[in-house]
Design a protein around this ligand. Structure first.
Ligand SMILES: [Zn+2]
Length: 308
């Protein structure tokens, strides 16, 4: 029996004794509801941490795909996976919530892997769900560890203390960002400062509004790289390409702000509609489409000219 189950049973036993002595004022339905409340409380407490390094042994925060740095491109994937170390359970959420965009960006890990391989460029990908801690937020952003995400309350994030917040920063968030910095530093040392291309996916509708774009390019102040992509993808008349859509880029301390804007590196954040890359066929079509666009930019030195 786990500590969590033991604690739950103890609380239910205490509750049952109290009910017996209170002349059975609570019927069976009421009892079930109170038992469920106890289980929810215990579940929340047990996920709130702080966790220890032993609890996450064997769980990698990120991985790096090697590539030819002289091509001047670094791919980044903040929301590649919906995974959590076992010690966190499901953060008190129904398992089905981990199939949704609130846990990760559907389809992007396969796209970034395929693109890295096809072009031969390096990539850095995170391995933890954004529900644990969001690598595309600044450390002081109130949504860094989401307590409420698109209608879902996240019990395991509701009452975490400062020690657990620091634990998630040091063991997941920071190692991923250090890996991005290391790739950028290595590329600069090799004489090829990289253009950063961050790949995400978005939902077909948001708050009842249908999003018409197949893809969107997001930027903060420097729109040069986004413009190249918009131009390249718009050559296909069947594609609706958003310019700073489905939302505007630029959030203090987010991934592009921290690694590109602050370091003066050209960049873009590419958003692909998730239903277009939710199966193997869609993934391979988008890998090919993006690879052709990026190869043309490399061949014309357009990408390299951005870093002159
Ligand atoms: Zn994302």
């Amino acid at each position: 029996m786990t500590g969590q189950h033991f604690l739950t049973l103890q609380l239910i036993n205490v509750f049952d004794d109290r009910v017996k002595h209170a002349s059975c004022m609570v019927d069976n339905r009421g009892r079930r509801s109170i038992v469920q409340s106890i289980m929810n409380i215990v579940s929340t407490v047990s996920h709130a941490g702080p966790h220890r390094t032993d609890d996450i042994a064997g769980f990698d925060s990120h991985y790096v795909l090697p590539g030819d740095r002289s091509l001047g491109i670094l791919l980044i994937c903040d929301h590649a996976r919906n995974a959590l170390p076992e010690a966190y359970g499901d953060l008190g959420l129904p398992a089905s919530e981990f199939d949704r965009h609130i846990a990760y960006d559907i389809g992007v890990e396969a796209v970034v892997n395929g693109l890295s391989q096809r072009l031969g460029v390096p990539a850095v990908l995170s391995c933890f769900s954004r529900l644990l801690i969001d690598p595309n937020r600044g450390v002081n952003d109130p949504t860094l560890i989401m307590q409420l995400s698109d209608g879902a309350v996240v019990p395991g994030n509701r009452d975490i203390d400062e020690a657990e917040r620091r634990f998630r920063l040091s063991h997941f968030y920071k190692p991923y960002h250090r890996a991005i910095d290391a790739e950028i530093d290595a590329a600069i040392a090799d004489g090829s400062p990289p253009v950063l291309i961050s790949v995400h996916s978005f939902t077909p509708a948001w708050k009842g509004l249908v999003r018409p774009w197949h893809a969107g390019l997001l930027w903060e102040d420097d729109r040069r790289c986004s413009d190249l992509f918009i131009q390249a993808l718009s050559a296909d008349p069947n594609l609706v390409v958003g310019d700073n859509e489905p939302y505007a880029g630029g959030l203090a301390g987010d991934c592009m702000n921290a690694h590109a804007v602050k370091r003066g590196l050209p960049h873009t954040l590419l958003e692909i509609r998730q239903d277009l890359i939710s199966d193997d066929l869609g993934v391979s079509q988008w890998i090919e489409r993006l690879a052709v666009a990026i190869e043309a930019m490399i061949a014309n030195d357009q990408i390299k000219d951005l870093v002159q």
